[in-house]
Design a protein around this ligand. Structure first.
Ligand code: SF4
Length: 663
């Protein structure tokens, strides 16, 4: 980790290492003022030894989002000053990101029609903005400059301007959204003018030595939009006007290329930062799905970037930098790219939290103290809820034993990691297993539990985390050779025929369908080999990569698929189902098995779907009989996770944490 922990300068700003926490909307500030919750969140990351924290976005005018930090008036200065002071006191440097959403602003938040270079409707908000006048453009440039002056006055070490993700500066820069015919439109020179003018005016307002970073989309990934080539030119011009570093992310919010979902390979957009680095002489930050310090170090060694941006990875584990520096790599709780607690929460107008880290965003209330009295704790069930409860209880000094009836730990996380692009779930299992080992939890695999065994163990506390089992509809009960559950398919226990009908279009059904639809397609290595050797045409390659050897149909009673998948990920799953030629039947009910498949009903129409295998993905039911039987037999007994009610891993981890904290 020699390079990652070597110092670097961004203009006059000296950093102790190359790790940057990029700005991320947290939705912590309902009135725009900095508060204790926000400060505590960032102080934890500063204590964890990240070199630079970029906070924000900080709205330079009213066109930002609810819950964001505001910097458009001097009344926000005291809070901003407190934030900067506290973060610096704990050893990190801090920069404020200046934000203006343009046509990505929503009238729901602002009460006003959004503004933009041209009145091009936004697919993100479904609104059409109003074209800015020249006077208004001048006013916004001035607001950026005034916001930078405020950040400087509050003690921030610099400012970053957001010119990425499709926000206002991108909108000026892109031919997709800038149709102006005046000095701020036309060719690339005209379209760059707004972004460059913002940089110039910030430098004028703050003095030339005050560090200024630009966050850019390394490629818009928008049809007809700017590619890395045009962004390189923009960055070269930014360097000329005195910008001190470029922070490179991926494309716009409207793009159909997934940007930070789990199926984006780790470091998948580093090539964009590399493209910018080849064009400029100032430091370049690489971002997006870099959740592993070993990968971060390799990017630096390979000269692809000068700094590494890790945002969600520091939500998941504020101590990532310190653990990496000390070589405690297995102790790092990696971000798994699920977006369930962070991005999906933001889209739902909620505060950021985290699937893998129950303390994130709740640093004040979810502290861990040593237990007053060490207890003998028995956790029954080694899924996410049970493992987290065991981890936290052991961390607090209890003597913890965990029984798991399977021969591996992980529970449903093991199955969740099987579908294509979901392998990151494995890293959560690895983390929890490593922590149980480190904390001396006695893990007994292949151990079923009954009241007699539990009582003879003589526990002070029992935590029942026995999970759930797949639901089987009544009309299907009994043994049917060609009917299997999604869990059996994902665990590789059963053969699956060529014609498959998946009953149930929730997350499990969709992902099982994708898993089966990819059977018989070429893998990424074969794709790369064939492409490099031009062995097949592009069209044939795409077909080989997307058409497997099974015909998969998903039937769903409701009107849409994947409604239990977070909004940041759902569209990518639906897109993949289409790409992998999965047939989708909504408003369709399975009514009976037939010798050759399934009888289905769509409204008044009844038909038979031919199937060699029918896969059930109609939900799960809690397994908690043991809990009731233990009530009078042990002094303290708790029920957590899916054993209460089947839900997601996020709820399981959080409940496990809270019980571990309470015992
Ligand atoms: Fe990462 Fe998921 Fe946590 Fe977000 S909720 S920080 S994506 S692990």
């Amino acid at each position: 980790m020699g390079l990652l922990f070597s110092p670097i300068a961004i203009g006059t700003l000296e950093l102790k290492n190359r790790l940057v926490m990029p700005a991320m909307h947290l939705h912590f500030c309902p009135d725009g003022f900095v508060n204790d919750r926000l400060i505590r969140f960032y102080v934890e990351r500063a204590k964890g030894e990240v070199g630079l924290i970029i906070v924000g976005g900080c709205g330079v005018d009213e066109f930002s989002y609810s819950g964001m930090i505001k910097i458009n008036d001097d009344c926000y200065l005291p809070g901003l000053t407190r934030l900067a002071t506290e973060v610096k006191r704990h050893g990190a440097r801090i920069v404020a990101q200046l934000f203006q959403a343009g046509r990505y602003a929503s009238s729901r938040d602002t009460g006003r029609q959004p503004v933009a270079p041209s009145p091009i409707p936004s697919k993100l908000t479904r609104e059409t903005p109003r074209e800015l006048t020249l006077t208004e453009i001048e006013d916004i440039i001035d607001r950026f400059a005034q916001a930078a002056r405020r950040a400087q006055a509050a003690g921030f070490d610099g400012v970053e301007v957001i010119a990425s993700a499709g926000y206002l500066i991108c909108q000026f820069l892109s031919p997709v959204t800038n149709k102006r015919t005046d000095e701020f439109g036309g060719d690339l020179t005209g379209r760059m003018k707004f972004g460059l003018e913002v940089a110039r005016r910030i430098k004028l307002a703050t003095g030339p030595d005050y560090p200024l970073i630009y966050r850019v989309s390394g490629h818009e990934f928008m049809p007809g939009g700017n590619t890395n080539q045009e962004i390189r030119v923009f960055c070269q011009e930014l360097e000329k006007v005195g910008v001190n570093a470029i922070n490179v992310t991926g494309g716009w919010h409207e793009t159909t290329v997934p940007q930070i979902t789990m199926n984006l390979p780790r470091g998948g957009f580093v090539y964009l930062a590399q493209g910018i680095k080849e064009a400029v002489g100032i430091p370049v930050v690489a971002c997006n799905r870099i959740n592993d310090p070993v990968l971060a170090e390799q990017i630096l060694i390979d000269g692809q970037a000068d700094l590494i941006g890790i945002a969600r990875g520091l939500i998941a584990d504020p101590e990532l930098p310190r653990k990496a520096r000390q070589g405690r790599l297995r102790e790092i709780r990696k971000c798994i790219g699920c977006n369930q607690g962070c991005l999906d929460a933001i889209f739902a107008q909620q505060s950021v939290h985290c699937l893998v880290n129950a303390q994130a965003g709740k640093e004040e209330e979810r502290t861990l103290k040593a237990a007053n009295q060490g207890k003998r704790v028995l956790v029954i069930g080694g899924g996410p809820a049970g493992m987290e409860a065991a981890r936290v209880a052991a961390l607090r000094g209890h003597q913890v034993t965990l029984w798991e009836q399977a021969n591996v730990l992980g529970g449903q996380l093991v199955l969740a990691a099987v579908p294509p692009g979901r392998a990151e779930f494995t890293s959560l299992v690895d983390f929890l297993v490593g922590q149980l080992e480190r904390l001396g939890v006695e893990v007994v695999l292949g151990q079923s539990a009954d009241p007699k065994k539990v009582v003879s163990f003589r526990p002070d506390v029992v935590v029942v985390a026995t999970g759930a089992k797949p639901l089987v509809p009544e009309w299907l009960s009994g043994n049917h050779e060609h009917v299997v559950t999604a869990w059996e398919v994902l665990s590789g226990q059963v053969p699956v025929g060529r014609r498959v009908v998946v009953i149930g279009g929730g997350a499990v059904g969709c992902e099982t369908a994708l898993y089966l639809a990819q059977k018989g397609t070429i893998d990424p290595a074969a794709f790369h080999f064939l492409a490099m050797n031009r062995a097949e045409s592009w069209e044939t390659l795409m077909l080989l990569a997307t058409r497997g050897n099974k015909q998969v149909t998903v039937i769903e009673m409701g009107k849409a698929l994947g409604l239990d998948i977070g909004s940041s990920t759902r569209w990518t799953v639906l897109q993949d189902l289409h790409r992998y030629h999965v047939r989708v039947l909504t408003n369709t009910r399975a009514e009976a098995l037939t010798p050759g498949g399934v009888k289905i009903r769509r409204g008044d129409v009844v038909e038979e779907l031919a199937a060699d295998t029918v896969v059930l993905a109609v939900g799960a039911q809690a397994e908690n009989a043991l809990f009731a039987r233990l009530q009078t037999l042990v002094p303290e007994v708790y029920l957590i996770g899916d054993a209460v009610k089947p839900r997601k891993a996020l709820e399981a981890i959080h409940e496990g944490f809270l019980i571990g904290q309470q015992i």
